[in-house]
Structure formats: C-alpha cells, structure tokens
Design a protein around this ligand. Sequence first.
Ligand code: ADP
Ligand code: MG
Length: 253
Amino acid sequence: MGKIIALANQKGGVGKTTTAINLAASLAVLGKKTLLIDADPQANATSGLGFDINGANIYDCISGDKTAEEVILPCPEVKKLSVMPSSINLVGAETELSTMENGHYRLKEILAPVKDQYDFLLIDCSPSLGFVTVNALVAADSVLIPVQCEYFALEGLGKLLNTVKMVKGQLNPSLEIEGFVLTMYSRTRLANQVALEVREHFGHLAFETIVQRNIRLSEAPSYGKPALLYDAASTGSINYLNLAKEFIKRNKK
Ligand code: ADP
Ligand code: MG
C-alpha cells in the first residue's frame, strides 16, 4: 500500500523542494515506485525536474477538470519516478478550497485512486500553512520536516507542529511525524549546535543522515535533473541516497 509523506515547513528556503526532488529520485533509483506531488504554486519541483509549469497540473485536479491519472507524468530519465506537476494557477485553489464542501479532503480524494500504484508519494508543500498545505497534511500518512542548519531553525517549528496537531486532532487522526531532516549543513559551530538541538529535542525522529551544503544540489534544478543525474558522485547525491536508504529502512519496521 502506498504511503503519502508531506514535506512541510512554513519557513521558505529550508530545503523542502530540494529534499522532495532528491529523496524522490533516490527512492526511485533504489527500486521504489515513487510519485512526487508538487503542491506549491511556485512549481519549483516541477521545473526542477524539467517539466513544463504551464501544462496540466494539480490545480486542474482540485478544480475537478482532470483526474490524477490525467496529469501525472513519468520522469523520462528516472524509471520509477513520476510527477504530478504544479503551476502558478494553484494560487487560486486557496479560495476555491475554502468554499468547497469538504474542501479539506480534496487532495486526499484526488490521490485515492492512484495511491496504491506507488510505494511512496511525496508532497512538496509551499511555505504557508494555508488550505493547500492543510490538504496535503490531511491526505498524508506522515509529515517529513526539513530543518535548515541555521540560527532560528527551531523557531517557527512550533507553529508547524501545532498545525500538525490540529490536523491530527480534527481531520486526519492517523497523521504521524515521519521525522526531521537536517539540511544545508556545513561544519560550523552554529550548524553543529543546531544539529545537536534538533537531536535533543526530537530524539529518534531526527534522521541520522544529514544533508550537507553542496553546490551541485543548487545547480541541478536549472538542468531539470535530480542531483543523481547531474553529478552522481557529488556529496549532495550521496547524502540524499543515504537519506533514502535510511527512510526505506525505517519504513520496513
Ligand atoms: P524550500 O523548498 O524549503 O523553499 P529549497 O529546496 O528551494 O527550499 O532550497 C532553497 C535554496 O537553497 C535553493 O536555491 C536550493 O537550491 C538551495 N539548497 C537547498 N538545499 C541545499 C543544499 N544542501 N546545499 C546547497 N544548496 C541548497
Ligand atoms: Mg519549495
């Protein structure tokens, strides 16, 4: 049965999209059938994998014009990876969902018919806790939280964790926290301190694999590729491959 994981953090620029793209690609390369769902109107995951940000997309599903199957595209270069693209139109979904009956459950309904065709379905959320992100948390089995190794990293996590709690309490009782992933780590005293704090705070929920700051990870999207296809030997590729291995191992238990 497919597992849906929402990548969320209402801070922008913490590595949600980079983690969504590269974790999804790594899971696929390791043999897991994976769907990357772009739920951010900025559509960075869509363009970062080389897809058209003006094609059929998640918004067409929300508005009822298309089914999931009609918008999902296979990633030509990564065999077991598919993408549900996004577009700037998704901005409009905020008001549409708020007036829709059962608007919180829309994405869950959209994904239901395709969920079991995949091992993992990753949702790349926008840096907002609006309707679309709540939809992602309602559709999800778990939430994966990228945490940037910088000052104030933990500040603001409280707000996200409260939203997760609210969704779990009112809309999706089975929602769990998949874990916290440290991103953009560099060997500085500050980064070490953040890493330590996250481990102290969240214990085993913090992934052992830490994603280092690596220029290849920021270059790859402009070539429309995951880092693994852009520079397979790069630290970034290896970090995300290791994260995927740890992720698979944790999900075996
Ligand atoms: P978010 O989706 O949370 O807004 P992104 O994944 O888009 O964050 O990352 C923000 C910026 O940081 C992007 O330009 C991205 O390429 C860059 N970036 C993310 N992770 C890394 C990393 N480990 N090393 C170097 N640059 C990174
Ligand atoms: Mg993003």
